[in-house]
Design a protein around this ligand. Structure first.
Ligand SMILES: NC(=O)c1ccc[n+]([C@@H]2O[C@H](COP(=O)([O-])OP(=O)(O)OC[C@H]3O[C@@H](n4cnc5c(N)ncnc54)[C@H](O)[C@@H]3O)[C@@H](O)[C@H]2O)c1
Length: 420
């Protein structure tokens, strides 16, 4: 008998978690079709897959899919606040080795990462590069078992590319984040909708008529800006890259410096992948009642130490809302301790969009297992055929038919002889 190892908050939540997973499965048709394929061919038989991902109902559908393919799966959360405890319990019932609960301290977080690695994985799945960092920095003995890895988010890919540049990367990794069927949908529509969801669930503020400041006009930032505008907010964009700033202007947003926006903003959201974006000099200028949230990967985008320095006191006034009494007499409100607001205060991205991100993850796992011997040790793109397959399957699941090029058109697009 296979013994499942785990540490979760409360196993009595498993029934509720199973219902949540069932709901997600209903809305993830692409991944479910891949699961059917995996059940037949068992591509991961005898292999161990370690995942450090936000433990949500959508992740559960991915993990169950990998398990259906024959893998032993071991899972920890990729953020101390993002685990859905009912889902974690349900996954234990499904035979997954889970080490995750919501509200971990730093020590507990890394204890879970290490527990997952104790299973000596053959493939690693990361959202923020924590497994890969731990293996490379402290558990190099595990390198010999690993065939390859995958990375789900922008911040993780940036770290991996830096490792590859320094020749520090020791096994091939696929940057799932960067592939169009992930980044153009998950980061834009997923983060866009779920960030607004997290802000609304924690504050129930009316967004219409508010000055809503989005720090970044990258994939996530542009999605957040668009959804906030859809709710009737006056959206202000803050950027550092001139082309992105120009695009925001052309898309009809007000673009200004953060110092200017700080004076008039009602709600501020960061999603830059950078640190100390909102800091002392901005906080001092903010209006009484300003709300601050972050949707970037780490809790470093809003400088919380600066808020603490500027404050004479703080109290928790609602779930996920901390009120800071500033020395200048004003109050500001920090959501979800500056961690990913969409995952800490809401449920993360909707299933429909994670269907594509996780279909890529599942197919890339199969690709690594089949091709690891010929994969160079570097950060790889998702193979084009996988990206195309995910897009086609998604369109089919939505009942959308698209045209095909005629032979004449194909030839025309490849030729240079034909002129006017
Ligand atoms: N919340 C989620 O569920 C979720 C989902 C996907 C990605 N992410 C994370 O969100 C972050 C952004 O990802 P992305 O894919 O949009 O990246 P991106 O590279 O497309 O966009 C980041 C943008 O931030 C801008 N920027 C950097 N420093 C800035 C500053 N000081 N002020 C204003 N703008 C600044 C950059 O110019 C860039 O345009 C990353 O940390 C990523 O890991 C979160």
């Amino acid at each position: 008998m296979i013994v499942i190892e785990y540490k979760v908050k409360d196993m009595s939540l498993s029934e509720q978690g199973l219902l949540k997973i069932e709901w997600a499965e209903k809305h993830m048709p692409v991944l479910m079709s891949i699961r059917k394929e995996f059940e037949k061919i068992k591509p991961f038989k005898g292999l161990t897959i370690a995942a450090c991902l936000h433990v949500t109902k959508e992740t559960a559908v991915l993990v169950k899919t990998l398990k259906s393919g024959g893998a032993t799966v071991t899972l920890c959360g990729s953020n101390p606040l993002s685990t859905q405890d009912d889902v974690a319990a349900a996954l234990v019932k499904e035979g997954v080795n889970v080490f995750a609960w919501k509200g971990q301290n730093n020590e507990e977080y890394y204890w879970c990462v290490n527990k997952v690695l104790d299973f000596k994985p053959n493939v690693t799945l990361d959202d923020g590069a924590d497994l890969i960092s731990m293996i490379h920095n402290k558990r190099q003995d595990l390198l010999k078992n690993v065939l390859g890895g995958q990375e789900e988010t922008t911040t993780g890919v940036i770290r991996l590319r830096a490792m590859a540049k320094d020749n520090a990367l020791k096994y091939p990794v696929i940057a799932v984040n960067d592939t169009p069927t992930k980044r153009m949908f998950d980061n834009v529509y997923g983060t866009g909708q779920s960030t607004i969801d997290g802000i609304l669930r924690s504050t129930n503020l009316m967004l219409a008529g508010k000055n809503f400041v989005v720090c970044s006009y990258g994939y996530c930032g542009s999605g957040i800006a668009e959804r906030a505008r859809g709710m009737g907010a006056n959206v202000i964009v803050v950027e550092v890259e001139p082309i992105k700033a120009l695009k925001a202007v052309m898309d009809g947003y007000k673009v200004m410096s953060l110092k200017e926006a700080a004076r008039i903003g009602d709600v501020f959201v960061t999603s830059t992948g950078n640190k100390n974006v909102i800091r002392k000099e901005h906080i001092e200028l903010m209006k009484d009642g300003a709300v601050l949230a972050n949707s970037g990967h780490f809790n470093v985008e809003i400088c919380i130490p600066d808020i603490e320095i500027l404050s004479k006191g703080k109290r928790r006034i609602r779930d996920n809302v901390e009120e800071y009494m500033l020395n200048n007499g004003k109050k500001i409100y920090l959501l979800a301790e500056g961690r990913l607001v969409n995952l800490a205060a809401a449920e993360g991205h909707p299933s429909e969009v994670m269907d594509m991100s996780f279909a890529n993850q599942a197919l890339c796992c199969e690709y690594i297992v089949k091709n690891h011997k010929k994969m160079e040790i570097k950060v790889h793109d998702v193979p084009k055929e996988i990206d195309d397959k995910v897009a086609r399957l998604k369109l089919v699941s939505m009942g959308v038919e698209i045209d095909e090029l005629t032979a004449e058109q194909e030839k025309y697009l490849k030729s240079w002889e034909e002129g006017t």
